[in-house]
Write a protein that binds this ligand. Structure first.
Ligand code: AMP
Ligand code: TRP
Length: 351
């Protein structure tokens, strides 16, 4: 529940791996940048979650990717003065609360997660980290007592699990956590790959498949080429519910970025060829992404400013995380140690 006179708290996270893409923008980031004065927005670059790819050894220095992600978030319109942007591993309370919640999470709940099942299909990926990924996500959200979590459709199940865990903890230990609710856009919450509209547009596929994603910092000519090459069919159907998956995906991108109602979009494209549809989608995507790319190129050149902005974000939000974790430690019987306790224990030969 939102307390009277308090702004609703919004929390969300994004992994700093790979190329941020149009799906990230329509599903998540476009929701983060609206109403920054009316909401208390906290946005986290989840580098610990990104370590679930550690076993593949393809990881490039993650700090660099963290900076690029931070630059893109600001370029998309997040204002570090009105919202808080920080890095997950800079606040150790995330990993600590995740462990405590792990001890309350039935393994069966985690094995049911569709994202886990899809990724664990490759045996090398099926690590304990991948299985407990949603518990770390729950810790992210619950630490900040968030009311709403703006995400794409694929994260709905994880937010529901978070709410379930919060209810379980509250039942066992008394009202502690706020029960969070997902915020999922009606248009653009699930953008599909342009080269294969049967799979979700995803960062991890962008490396191997050239025309799969539109990157948020892609140059206009690349954006146009990728959209013009998008998979469609040999017909003329441009109504949302009857169009083939590839055409529906293009219409959805147009809907999410133009925010025009479906009937208006359908009558606009009625009887027009897919070439015309693709051309107009490309024009719109380029118009939306051009200023983002320009701001990104300026920001990414200034790692000092980015690091300082992220440090400032962590300083702003860490008191909230620490106070929640303190409360949880008291309730679960592990008091927060007094400063100096470790030193005393070591000198007495206890550790
Ligand atoms: P990730 O890229 O997995 O870190 O996701 C960051 C945010 O973007 C999450 O809220 C996702 O739900 C959202 N997202 C990722 N891929 C898509 C997509 N293809 N369409 C819409 N939203 C997406
Ligand atoms: N699992 C999310 C994704 O892959 C990222 C994430 C981590 C997140 N922690 C979060 C999203 C907390 C929302 C809230 O997209």
């Amino acid at each position: 529940m939102v307390q009277q006179n308090q702004k609703p708290r919004i929390f969300s996270g994004i992994q700093p791996t790979g190329r941020l893409h149009l799906g990230n923008y329509t599903g998540a980031l476009s929701q983060w940048v609206v109403n920054q004065d009316q909401n208390d927005g906290i946005y986290c670059i989840v580098d610990l979650h990104a370590l679930t790819a550690l076993h593949s050894r393809t990881i490039v220095p993650i700090v660099e990717q963290v900076r690029q992600t931070a630059a893109l978030l600001v370029a998309c319109g997040l204002d570090p003065e009105r919202s808080s942007i920080f890095v997950q591993s800079h606040i150790s309370a995330h990993a600590e609360l995740a462990w405590i919640l792990n001890c309350l999470t039935p393994v069966g709940w985690l094995e049911r997660m569709t994202q886990y099942k899809a990724k664990a299909a490759q045996p090398a990926s099926a690590t304990a980290g991948l299985l407990t990924y949603p518990v770390l996500q729950a810790a992210d959200i619950l630490l900040y007592r968030a009311n709403f979590v703006p995400v794409g459709e694929d994260q709905k199940q994880h937010i529901e699990l978070t709410a379930e865990l919060a209810r379980r903890f509250n039942r066992l230990f008394g009202e502690t956590f706020v029960i969070p609710r997902p915020l999922i856009r009606t248009a653009g919450a699930r953008i599909m790959g342009l080269d294969d509209p049967s799979i979700k547009m995803s960062k991890s596929l962008a490396e191997d498949r050239k025309s799969h994603v539109i990157g948020l910092s892609d140059p206009p000519d690349l954006i146009r080429r990728t959209i013009m090459e998008a998979v469609t069919d040999s017909g003329f159907e441009t109504r949302f519910e009857r169009a083939s998956p590839g055409v529906k995906n293009l219409l959805t991108i147009f809907e999410a970025l133009s925010q025009r109602p479906r009937p208006e979009i359908e009558s606009h494209f009625a009887g027009k060829s897919y070439q015309v549809l693709k051309g107009e989608v490309a024009d719109l995507v380029i118009a939306v992404l051009r200023p983002i790319r320009e701001r990104y190129l300026n920001l990414v050149d200034d790692p000092g400013w980015l690091d300082q902005m992220l440090r400032h974000g962590a300083q702003k939000v860490s008191p909230i995380a620490i106070s929640t974790l303190d409360q949880v430690k008291k309730l679960t019987g592990i008091e927060r140690p007094q400063p100096g306790l470790q030193t005393i224990a070591r000198s007495e030969g206890v550790c």
